[in-house]
Design a protein around this ligand. Structure first.
Ligand code: SF4
Length: 489
C-alpha cells in the first residue's frame, strides 16, 4: 500500500500541459454499505485525477481509510473493498496541485478532533499555505504531507472550539483559495464550497441516500437524481436528521473556473443546469461566427476538441469528419521525456486518417494551446499526411497567466501566448491561419453572466488576491517537510 513513486519519475510523455486537480464523491446512506458505490463514483470522476485514489467509510463508530497510488480501478478490488464497511463515506481521486505524487499525499486524509476521527477529501488549491503552515509549525504541529489539504485539516485538529462544525467554520475563515471539500465524521458528511465557487460540486439523491460529487456524471453512474449544485459559500451537513444548509461567509464575487466548462468537466456533466457537450458545441459555433475560414473539412484534436469542432461545422456548413484515430489504450508511461520521445508520444496517441485529409483544406479545432509544442507536432503530422492547408481554431482565448486555484498548467513564461502574438504563434505552428475564441464569444456560448466566472488565466484578473505568490509552485511545501524532518530527527 505504501509504495511511493516520486512525481518526477512519473512524468507523462503525452503531457497536454493542463491538468485537473481532483475528484470527490461522498454518500450518506441509510440502507447499505457504500464503499462499492463510492468506487463507481470515483471511476466516473477519474478524468479529474489519475495519480491516486482513496475511500474512507464510517461504520458509525470508526473511520477506515484505504488509499494508494494509481487509477481507481487499479487501487481497488473486491479484497480491499470488502472490509470497508459503513453506510457513509467519501472518496477522492487525485491529481497533485500541491505536493508531489506520493502515497503520503493521497487522500482522504485521516485526522482527529477532540479524540474523534475525521477524514477530508479536497478538490482545489489553497493559496495562503506558507503563512498558515508557518503559524501551525509555531504551535508545534507536525506535518506528514506536503499538501495544502493537511494544513486545512490541522486547523480543524488544533481548534479549541467545542464542535467539529465550529472548528471547520474557524478553519474556513483562515484559508484563501479554491476548495470543494468533503469531511467525513463517524456519523455525518459535511460538504463545503468556497465563496467563489471555483470548483464544481453537485448534490444528488438516490432513495434515502444523499450524494455529493464533483460532477453530475458521477450521479448518473449510480442512477442518482441530480438535485442542485452546492452553492458557493455553502456549508452542507448530512446526518440522520437529513440535510442542513448554511451560508457561512458572504459571497463577494462568484468566479467558477471557466476551464471547467471549456475542458475539465466531462461532456456529459451539467453545470449551471447546462450540458457541457452542448456548451462546447456552442463555443465551436461562436468560433465559426467570429473567425470562419474557407475549407473542405473540419476535424478535431480528439477528444476534447470534438464538441467544438462539430459546433464549428454546424455554423460554418463545412463537413465535420474524423481526421485522427486516437489510441485509447496507451495510458501513462514512466519514460523520462525528451523532445524525441514526446514526438513519438503524440504519434502513439493520434494517427491521422491519410485518405480522408489528403489534398484537403482543413479547419482543425482544439480547446487550448499551452506551450504550443504538441499543436506544432499535430500540424506536422497533418501536413505529412497530405493536408493542403491548415486553419487552426481554438475554442478558448489565449492562455497567458498561470492558475493558482487548482489547475496545474505551466509557469507563466512557458505559455506560448505570454511572449508571442497570435501571428507569431501562427508562424511557430506553421499553419495558414490561427484564431482563438474571444472572452465575449465564450460568455455568449455559455449563456450565463460574465460575472459568474474566473477568466484569470486569460486576462490576469484574479478573483482572490494572489499577490503573495510569485509563481505557481506545486512543490513549495516539499522543502518545508524536509526541513521539518531534519529538525525532528
Ligand atoms: S485561472 Fe483559469 S484555470 Fe484557474 S480557476 Fe481561473 S479560469 Fe480556471
Amino acid at each position: 500500500m505504501n509504495n511511493e513513486i516520486s512525481g518526477e519519475a512519473r512524468k507523462d510523455i503525452f503531457e497536454t500541459g493542463i491538468h485537473e486537480e481532483c475528484g470527490i464523491f461522498g454518500i450518506y446512506s441509510n440502507e447499505s454499505n457504500v464503499a462499492e458505490i463510492i468506487f463507481y463514483g470515483l471511476q466516473a470522476l477519474q478524468h479529474r485525477g489519475q495519480e491516486s485514489a482513496g475511500i474512507a467509510v464510517s461504520d458509525g463508530e470508526n473511520i477506515l481509510v484505504y488509499k494508494d497510488l494509481g487509477l481507481v480501478s487499479s487501487v481497488f478490488n473486491h479484497q480491499n473493498l470488502a472490509p470497508l464497511l459503513g453506510k457513509i463515506g467519501i472518496g477522492h481521486s487525485r491529481y497533485s496541485t500541491k505536493g508531489r505524487n506520493a502515497w503520503k499525499n493521497s487522500q482522504p486524509l485521516f485526522r482527529t478532533f477532540r479524540g474523534q476521527s475525521f477524514a477530508v477529501a479536497h478538490n482545489g488549491n489553497l493559496i495562503n499555505t506558507e503563512s498558515l503552515r508557518a503559524g501551525q509549525l509555531k504551535k508545534g504541529v507536525k506535518f506528514e504531507t506536503s499538501t495544502d489539504t493537511e494544513i486545512f485539516a490541522s486547523l480543524i485538529e488544533t481548534s479549541q472550539k467545542e464542535t467539529i462544525e465550529e472548528a471547520i467554520e474557524e478553519a474556513i475563515s483562515k484559508v484563501k483559495g479554491s476548495y470543494s471539500i468533503l469531511i467525513l465524521t463517524k456519523d455525518k458528511i459535511i460538504g463545503l464550497r468556497d465563496p467563489n465557487g471555483f470548483r464544481p460540486m453537485a448534490l444528488g439523491r438516490k432513495g434515502d441516500s444523499y450524494i455529493i460529487a464533483s460532477e453530475t456524471c458521477a450521479l448518473d453512474i449510480i442512477d442518482a437524481v441530480y438535485i442542485r449544485e452546492i452553492d458557493p459559500g455553502e456549508f452542507l451537513t448530512i446526518d440522520k436528521n437529513g440535510l442542513r444548509s448554511q451560508m457561512i461567509f458572504p459571497v463577494d464575487r462568484k468566479s467558477m473556473c471557466i476551464f471547467e466548462l471549456i475542458y475539465f468537466a466531462r461532456p456529459d456533466s451539467y453545470l449551471f443546469k447546462k450540458n457541457m457537450y452542448e456548451v462546447r458545441h456552442r463555443m465551436g459555433q461562436e468560433l465559426a461566427n467570429e473567425s470562419g475560414s474557407g475549407a473542405d473539412l473540419v476535424i478535431s484534436v480528439p477528444d476534447s476538441g470534438t464538441p467544438a469542432a462539430i459546433g464549428y461545422s454546424s455554423a460554418s456548413k463545412i463537413p465535420y469528419v474524423e481526421g485522427f484515430i486516437k489510441n485509447r489504450y496507451i495510458g501513462r508511461t514512466f519514460i523520462q521525456p525528451s523532445p524525441e520521445i514526446r514526438e513519438i508520444g503524440v504519434k502513439l496517441k493520434l494517427n491521422p486518417l491519410k485518405d480522408i485529409i489528403k489534398n484537403k483544406r482543413l479547419v482543425v479545432v482544439d480547446d487550448s494551446i499551452v506551450r504550443g509544442n504538441t499543436s506544432k507536432q499535430i500540424v506536422k503530422m497533418l501536413y505529412n499526411a497530405g493536408a493542403k492547408e491548415i486553419h487552426m481554431r481554438i475554442s478558448s482565448p489565449p492562455l497567458v497567466y498561470p492558475c493558482f486555484y487548482g489547475i496545474d498548467m505551466a509557469a507563466r513564461t512557458e505559455f506560448i501566448a505570454n511572449h508571442r502574438t497570435v501571428e507569431e504563434i501562427r508562424r511557430f505552428l506553421g499553419v495558414e491561419s490561427l484564431a482563438y475564441l474571444s472572452i465575449d464569444g465564450l460568455v455568449k456560448a455559455i449563456g450565463e453572466p460574465k460575472d459568474n466566472f474566473c477568466f484569470a488565466c486569460f486576462n490576469g484578473d484574479y478573483p482572490v488576491d494572489v499577490s503573495e505568490i510569485i509563481e505557481y509552485d506545486k512543490y513549495s511545501l516539499e522543502s518545508e517537510i524536509k526541513k521539518q524532518s531534519v529538525e525532528i530527527s
